[in-house]
Design a protein around this ligand. Structure first.
Ligand SMILES: *Cc1c(COP(=O)(O)O)cnc(C)c1O
Length: 421
C-alpha cells in the first residue's frame, strides 16, 4: 500500500514519520493513512480509498473540505503575493468580521497557531495584572508551549510538574491545575494563592480529553471567581469558536470572558489563530504597551483570505440555520451511539462536537474520561475505517461534523455504528 510506503519513507525523515504526534495513529495500532485529496465530507488516501471524514483536520473544516468559494478566493489571492511583512486591508477585514461575530472582542491580534495565541494571551494577562501564576484544568489542552505542558502533582504535592521531557520545572511551577467541573478545586487554588493569579484559562467545552461539557453554571462560576479575584478569564475557543455558534461557546452558554483565543475554523484551513478581548488588556501589547509579541508571517494575506471567506460563508449560512442543522447532525450521531451501545458507553455531544467514551461512567472530567476502554475504542475505530469512515485515531479526540455531511453520509455512519456491537 502506498500509505505504508510513504510512512516508512517519512519515518526516516520526521520523528514518527509525522509533523504532529496524533497523526501517527499510535494509539489505534495501525499505520496512518496518507491523504491525497479531500472534497466536502470525503477524504481520499493515496491508495485511492475514499472515507467519510469526521476528523475535519481536527476542526477547521466546518464547511467541508475544499469549499469552492474559499478555494477560489485563496487562488486569486495567491496571484498578488504570498507575504509582505507589512499591514494589509485583509487583516482589518478579518478583524472586523471576528468582532461582528464575537462582540466582546474589542481588539485582537492575528497569529499563526493556537499554541501561539494562547501563549500570547497568557502573557498579556500576566502583563496586565503584574502576576505570574495561572490556573488551568487537567485534561484541557492549550497548545504545546512550555508553561502549559503540565500535569497536577500527585498526592501531597500541590505543585504542578512538567508533562513533557525538555520542559524545565521552573517553566511550570506557576501553572496551577484544577479539575474540570470541580468548583471546589478552583476555589481552593484562588484561596491558597490570594492576589497571585494572573488568569484562569479554560476550554469552555473541553474537547481534548474527548468532549466534556461544562456542567450547568460552571462557566458562570469561573466568570465570578475570576472577577472576585482580579484575575483575567480566558476562554480557549480554538475548537469551540465559530463551531458552537458564530460567537463560540461564550455566546452559546452566555458567559463572557475577558480574553479569548481562536484557531482552527478562523483560518479556514490555513495557519491562522487569534487572541483578543478587552481593550485595556490588549493595549498592553507592543507597540502600544510593554508586552512583547510579534510574528513574521502573522496576518499572512493568504491565511487571512481563507479566514475571511470562511467567516463570510458561516455568517450567511447562519441566517439559513446552519448551526441548528449542525446541532441536529450531532444529535443524530449521538442518538445512534446510544441506541447501538447503550449503557456501555458515555456519549457527550454539543452542536457538531461529540465523543463516544467506552465507559459506563458519566464523563465529566479527566478522571472519568480515562476510565474509557481504549482497546475497545481501537476495535471500534478499525471497524469504522473498514467501512469507509475516518474517525480520530484516539479515544481522547473529538468527532467533528461539518456542513458538508449529508443525510446519506450520516445514514451510512449510523449503519456502521449499528454493526459494531
Ligand atoms: C488545537 C488547540 C490548540 C493548539 O492549536 P495549534 O494550532 O495546534 O497550535 C489550543 N487550544 C485548543 C483548545 C486546541 O484545541
Amino acid at each position: 500500500m502506498i500509505s505504508d510506503e510513504l510512512f516508512e519513507r517519512s519515518k526516516k525523515l520526521m520523528p514518527g514519520g509525522v509533523n504532529s504526534p496524533v497523526r501517527a495513529f499510535g494509539s489505534v495500532g495501525r499505520n496512518p493513512l496518507f491523504i491525497d485529496h479531500a472534497k466536502g465530507a470525503y477524504i481520499t488516501d493515496c491508495d485511492g480509498r475514499e472515507y467519510i471524514d469526521y476528523v475535519c483536520s481536527w476542526g477547521p473544516m466546518i464547511l467541508g473540505h475544499a469549499n469552492d468559494r474559499v478555494i477560489a478566493a485563496v487562488k486569486s489571492a495567491c496571484d498578488n503575493g504570498l507575504s509582505f511583512g507589512a499591514p494589509t486591508e485583509r487583516e482589518a477585514v478579518l478583524a472586523e468580521l471576528i468582532k461582528e461575530c464575537v462582540p466582546y472582542i474589542e481588539k485582537l491580534r492575528l497569529v499563526n497557531s493556537g499554541t501561539e495565541a494562547v501563549m500570547s494571551a497568557i502573557r498579556a494577562a500576566r502583563g496586565y495584572t503584574g502576576r505570574d501564576k495561572i490556573i488551568k484544568f487537567r485534561g484541557c489542552y492549550h497548545g504545546h508551549s512550555d508553561g502549559l505542558l503540565v500535569k497536577a502533582g500527585s498526592g501531597a504535592l500541590t505543585q504542578s510538574v512538567p508533562d513533557s521531557a525538555g520542559v524545565p520545572y521552573d517553566y511550570t511551577k506557576n501553572t496551577l491545575v484544577a479539575e474540570y467541573n470541580d468548583r471546589e478545586s478552583v476555589k481552593r487554588l484562588f484561596e491558597e494563592n490570594k492576589g497571585e493569579i494572573a488568569c484562569l484559562i479554560v476550554e469552555p467545552v473541553a474537547a481534548n480529553m474527548g468532549v466534556v461539557l461544562p456542567e450547568e453554571g460552571f462557566l458562570r462560576f469561573l466568570r465570578d471567581e475570576a472577577t472576585a479575584n482580579g484575575a483575567v478569564l480566558i476562554f480557549d475557543e480554538v475548537i469551540t469558536g465559530f463551531r458552537l455558534s458564530l460567537g463560540g461557546a461564550a455566546a452559546y452558554y452566555g458567559v463572557t470572558p475577558d480574553l479569548a483565543t481562536f484557531g482552527k475554523i478562523v483560518g479556514g484551513g490555513m495557519p491562522l489563530a487569534v487572541y483578543g478581548g478587552k481593550n485595556e488588556i490588549m493595549d498592553m501589547i507592543a507597540p502600544v504597551g510593554a508586552v512583547y509579541q510579534a510574528g513574521t508571517l502573522s496576518g499572512n494575506p493568504i491565511a487571512t483570505t481563507a479566514g475571511i471567506e470562511t467567516l463570510r460563508i458561516l455568517m450567511e449560512e447562519d441566517k439559513r440555520g446552519l448551526y441548528d442543522e449542525l446541532n441536529e447532525k450531532g444529535r443524530i450521531l449521538a442518538g445512534a451511539y446510544k441506541r447501538a451501545l447503550g449503557d456501555s458507553v458515555c456519549v457527550n455531544q454539543v452542536g457538531s462536537l461529540l465523543s463516544v467514551f467506552f465507559t459506563s461512567e458519566s464523563v465529566t472530567d479527566y478522571e472519568s474520561a480515562i476510565t474509557s476502554d481504549t482497546g475497545e475504542y481501537t476495535r471500534y475505530f478499525n471497524h469504522m475505517l473498514e467501512r469507509g469512515i475516518y474517525l480520530a485515531p484516539s479515544q481522547f479526540e473529538a468527532m467533528f461534523v461539518s456542513a458538508a455531511h449529508k443525510m446519506e453520509d450520516l445514514d451510512r455512519t449510523v449503519r456502521a455504528i449499528g454493526e459494531f456491537v
